[in-house]
Each structure stands twice: as structure tokens, then as C-alpha cells.
Design a protein around this ligand. Structure first.
Ligand SMILES: [Zn+2]
Ligand SMILES: [Zn+2]
Length: 306
């Protein structure tokens, strides 16, 4: 009798746990929603910063021809950031297609050595490619999934993504500098005015009528921009390290680098040539990169050769 009661108790406990777990899973935001929020955040920040800089900050800070030069610089910076974002955005060249296998193993039906079979995509995938559950596809040299660009960063768009980070940092730094210059005229940072730069104080001052809506808005925007700058900086440093090391996020996470080459080879695989990097910095031109993202030299083959 006691045993039966205990069993019943255990079963009801299991059911309760199961129910709780299911509810929790339902509460977690959907993947598409997370992506939409991140992309929306990027575009709101992008256009808000652009309009604010061109129509409010620069005309107040600069006069005459200087103003026009600065407006030109702003437009260039934002345009390049946007083009790099767009080039990073869902790049179909990263999709693993059946042609990848046909290129190197035209008469093989089995999955080749070091390759894997993806049951979702129904395709044999080359080394370093991974299935992305957000994109629902297998990607060539999948570095990571980026929510801000709502895409997988892989073999074909890694160069644009790195430049996107470079230009995001440059644009954010540029905007923050001008925001602070503008604010310093009305709310001096070097005096007691500094405290007004703390958002809760700003909101309180706005409610009390000591600050205008425009000033309070700008202070809040500076805070968000600084947060975005710090986040972008860490992302950039991490992706610079991955690029130099020739690794993907997953490989770095599990600390296994089976396809690691020299720094020069790693950069060539991303940018085509080290000499192309300054060109990519100016504009995301479509330049040929080395390799095809399908064939990779195994590190162990390297070691055997030596
Ligand atoms: Zn797949
Ligand atoms: Zn993805």
C-alpha cells in the first residue's frame, strides 16, 4: 500500500515537473522574435543617430564649409555601415548545396570522410559547416549566427561582418563624440551638471521641468549609444581574434582547431588577400577570396606531412 502511494506521488510529481517545463518552454521568446527585435534595434539606432547628427548635432557644432564636410563624412560612414550590414545579411552563397559534394566527390553516394549528413537539409555537408537552427539551413564554415544582421556569418560574408563591426564602432564613436560636444554646451560635464547624465536623474529633472524633452532624450540616447559601443567593441575584438586564429565560434568554444592555418592563410581565406583589407575598409567591394569554403586542409594531414 505504501509503495503504491509513493509511486503515485512520484508520478504526479513527474507530471507537475513536465508541465512546468513545457510552460517554461512556451514562455521563452521565439527565435524569429529575438531576431526581429535585434534588427529593429539596429535600424532604430541607425536612423535616429543619422538624423540627429545631420540635423541637430552638426549644424549646432560646426559652421560654414566645415559643417558640409562633416555632413559628408557622416553620410559616408553610415552608408558604408549599411552596405556592410546588407552584405552580411542572409547570404545565400553560404548555403550548403548538393553541388558542393558533386564538385569533389561526383561519383560517391556515401557521406565522404570528415563530412556529415544533415537530415534536416538532406544534404552531405563539408567540414566546418553546421546546421543553423535559426536560419534552418546548413552553412559553409559557420562562424556564428548574428541577430543584428539576422543571418549566419560564414565563409562568404565574414569579411563584410568584420567590416560592419569596424564601421559600427567608428560611427558610434563619432556620434557619441558629437552628442557629448553638443550636450556639454548646455549641460557641462565638468561641473555639477555631470549628475544630469545619469538616466534616472535625467528623467527626474525632466519631470520636474529643469530639463527639456530634447535634452533628456539626448542624454538617454548617449547612454544607449555608449552601451552599444562597448558591446560592439567586445564583439569586434572577439571576431578579430577568430579571424586571425581562423576559427569559428564553435571551434573556439570546444577548443578544437582542426583546420587552423597560418595568420596569413586565415586572413586570405576571409579577405582573399591581406592587401584587400584596406579596400574593404573603404567600401565592401566584391573581391574574390581564397578557397571555396568546402575544402579545408586538415591539421592532422599537415602534421603527418611534417
Ligand atoms: Zn542542415
Ligand atoms: Zn543562422
Amino acid at each position: 500500500m505504501e509503495i503504491r502511494e509513493r509511486k503515485q506521488h512520484e508520478e504526479s510529481f513527474k507530471e507537475k515537473l513536465k508541465e512546468k517545463w513545457q510552460n517554461r518552454r512556451e514562455l521563452t521568446p521565439k527565435k524569429e522574435e529575438a531576431s526581429q527585435v535585434a534588427v529593429a534595434f539596429f535600424f532604430v539606432m541607425f536612423f535616429l543617430s543619422l538624423l540627429e547628427t545631420v540635423f541637430v548635432l552638426l549644424p549646432t557644432i560646426y559652421g560654414g564649409w566645415e559643417r558640409w564636410i562633416m555632413i559628408g563624412v557622416t553620410l559616408w560612414m553610415f552608408y558604408t555601415t549599411l552596405v556592410n550590414w546588407h552584405r552580411s545579411y542572409f547570404d545565400t552563397a553560404n548555403y550548403v548545396k548538393p553541388e558542393a559534394k558533386e564538385k569533389y566527390f561526383p561519383d560517391t553516394k556515401e557521406t565522404p570522410q570528415d563530412w556529415k549528413h544533415c537530415f534536416t537539409c538532406q544534404v552531405d555537408t563539408p567540414p566546418r559547416s553546421f546546421h543553423c537552427s535559426y536560419c534552418g539551413k546548413c552553412m559553409l564554415k559557420r562562424v556564428h549566427h548574428c541577430f543584428i544582421t539576422s543571418s549566419c556569418i560564414g565563409f562568404h560574408n565574414q569579411k563584410y561582418f568584420i567590416m560592419f563591426l569596424v564601421w559600427s564602432l567608428a560611427s558610434l564613436g563619432y556620434v557619441i563624440y558629437h552628442q557629448l560636444m553638443y550636450l556639454n554646451k548646455t549641460l557641462p560635464v565638468d561641473s555639477a551638471g555631470f549628475i544630469l547624465y545619469i538616466p534616472p536623474v535625467t528623467i527626474h529633472q525632466l519631470i520636474m521641468g529643469y530639463l527639456s524633452f530634447g535634452q533628456a532624450f539626448l542624454v538617454t540616447h548617449v547612454f544607449v549609444a555608449i552601451g552599444a559601443f562597448i558591446t560592439s567593441f567586445f564583439f569586434f575584438m572577439w571576431h578579430l581574434l577568430l579571424a586571425v586564429e581562423g576559427a569559428t565560434n564553435y571551434e573556439a568554444k570546444v577548443r578544437k582547431f582542426p583546420y587552423k592555418g597560418s595568420i596569413n592563410a586565415n586572413l586570405k581565406s576571409i579577405f582573399g588577400s591581406v592587401l584587400y583589407i584596406p579596400l574593404f575598409l573603404i567600401f565592401p567591394f566584391k573581391l574574390e577570396q581564397q578557397g571555396d569554403g568546402i575544402q579545408w586542409k586538415l591539421r592532422r594531414t599537415h602534421a603527418k606531412g611534417r
